[in-house]
Design a binder for this molecule. Sequence first.
Ligand code: TXA
Ligand code: MG
Length: 325
Amino acid sequence: MKTKYLTQSDSDLRAAAELLRLGQLVAFPTETVFGLGACCYNEQAVARIFEAKERPLFDPLIVHISTLEMALELWTEINGNMLRLMERFWPGPLTIVAGKKDVVPDLVTAGLDTVAVRFPDHQVARRLIGFAGFPVAAPSANRFGHVSPTRSEHVRDELSGRIAAIVEGETKIGLESTVVRFVENRLLVLRPGGITVEELKSEFPDTLLADEFQQKYSPGHSTRHYAPEIPLILFSDAADLKRLIRLTGISPQDAAAIYFREALIPEIDKFLILSHAGDLSEAAAGLFPALRHFKGKVCLFAQKVPEHGLGLAINDRLRRAAGGK
Ligand code: TXA
Ligand code: MG
């Protein structure tokens, strides 16, 4: 299949919406990462997503909407707590999981009786969904287990020839949305992401970060994920990095490093710094491109960032990229 490259013009976005209506796949930018969209009501189209990404069928998709009315098509109920969440954080990088209506195909939700819904804060995503007129199921536009794409070139590298079109554009946050659901009126964070736990706690003080057991509510959140092309080892500080180099016996010339604020040892000469200012949102935006950056090295060392705010989501992705080590 020849993949079309589309701009953000109204006529191109209408053409993209028409492709979606015909059951084709279209990748598009959101404020978090690029999504790979299909009409959420078209099972065949949704099946194509799994095929193009080589994604296992037990991993449910997020459905994207461009008006609150669309959420009513998908969920059986919107209670007061959900309304408060939606008012405070939508449109934005928050995905809310709740009971699904029968119109949502089982393939979208991997057979669960809940569906994950997100209202993106990105004008291209919203115009595209608006032109389509139906909710759009869209996982991140990468092949399964790979790093999520934050630029249209990444999508081209991952999916060119497998999908109908790629809409060009920019992402802002660089990390996926936070996935939440209410369990007995308590807000449970199933996946840390663009909305921080601190922000959620300011609205719902007893918000809980799901432990591994509770992540059964979020299937498909596997530890081997976001894998860069070379093995990744995490470290906390200079002493830890030196210890790991000794321990693994890897020669620093064969290694590359991703640091949070500054280079910590002189021996590794290929490195990237995520944020000189120590700014976690800058670090988040640079994380996935950094994981894609190094090729032809034996090993990549990546520094963990402070465990607060967006740092939770950054460290979560780093741990998964390192295979849970
Ligand atoms: O920012 C994002 O969330 C991006 C953009 C494109 O919106 N999308 C994204 O989708 O990250 P994906 O497929 O990479 O992650 C979807 C994850 C699933 O792996 C699962 O953890 C969770 O969302 N999820 C989806 N449906 C769920 C459900 N019904 N119950 C619990 N978790 C669900
Ligand atoms: Mg993904």
